[in-house]
Write a protein that binds this ligand. Structure first.
Ligand code: PLP
Length: 271
């Protein structure tokens, strides 16, 4: 409570913005569709909009992280953008995992050649310190101060860190490193996939977010590989049951990538 009684407490909510309409959306109205499948998306929208247009937004990751390091398809995303424009649906992208340079560009959607109406960021934005952000184009910027309260949200300490991260991304040419080291890593992972074909179906990803895809028809899981790599001193993380995810620091060096590749090769040879 303020010490002075000059300001009323609690403060009255800001006046509603006359250019926007707010509604709360029940979870029962949230629908899921398969990724990169435009026909499935169109069919779902047709089903939801059968009686009246009610699809407000489509939320996608430019590259699915937890979903198996699954890169978005450029044509799919361009069609989704066109569909959203035609129907007045908001396109929201989740850039929490792939944004802030991890893809080799500042944002994942730059690789897909489209612009979202809204996108989120976190993780890399704070360089290891917790922060989250939501960025919106002016036509759908409806949040007013206080709408999205959070104890530590937007505190000066973490905002100063996020600014330092943004500056470092630019001044230290980190994106160049992400692209070069990403290509080195993917090439190496593809060679390892060839060598251990009995377990690995292939490698995929962008920049420094990559996955080794384990064959469906073998009992080996991503968790088994993560465990074997850990025994060799390499920390990896599964992305679903059959994908081993590689998300090294954006400052990783050429010799460190070689070390990663040698270690993962050893881990497979020891299986
Ligand atoms: C793609 C994606 N979105 C959102 C989140 C959640 O982010 P936060 O913990 O900052 O809310 C994660 C966390 O792993 C994520 O990978």
């Amino acid at each position: 409570m303020p010490a002075s009684t000059a300001e009323p407490w609690p403060p009255s909510p800001p006046p509603p913005n006359p250019s926007t309409t707010r509604i709360s959306i029940p979870w029962s109205l949230v629908a899921y569709v398969p990724y990169n499948d435009f026909a499935a998306l169109e069919a779902k929208i047709a089903e939801l909009d059968r009686d009246k247009p009610q699809v407000a937004a489509i939320l996608l990751e430019p590259l699915q992280g937890e979903g198996g390091v699954n890169p978005g398809d450029r044509t799919y995303f361009q069609k989704v953008r066109e569909l959203c424009d035609a129907k007045g649906i908001l396109l929201i992208l989740d850039e929490v995992q792939v944004g802030m340079g991890r893809s080799g560009r500042l944002w994942g959607h730059q690789t897909l050649g489209i612009e979202p109406d809204i996108f989120t960021s976190a993780k890399g934005l704070g360089g290891g310190v917790p922060i989250g952000a939501l960025l919106s184009k002016a036509h759908c910027a409806v949040f007013e101060p206080g709408d999205h309260a959070s104890t530590f949200g937007g505190n000066p300490f973490v905002c100063a860190i996020a600014l330092a991260v943004c500056r470092t991304l630019e001044t230290d040419n980190l994106l160049e490193n992400v692209i070069a080291r990403g290509e080195q890593l993917r090439k190496g992972l593809e060679a390892i996939a060839q060598k251990h074909k009995q377990w690995i179906a292939g490698a995929r990803g962008w920049g420094l977010i990559n996955g080794l895809v384990i064959q469906e028809d073998v009992p080996t899981t991503a968790a088994d590989i993560v465990k074997a790599a850990m025994q060799e001193g390499l920390l990896l993380v599964p992305a679903g049951p059959k994908v081993v995810r590689f998300v090294p620091p954006l400052i990783i060096t050429e010799s460190e990538i070689n070390e990663v590749l040698e270690t993962i090769d050893r881990a497979f040879s020891n299986l």
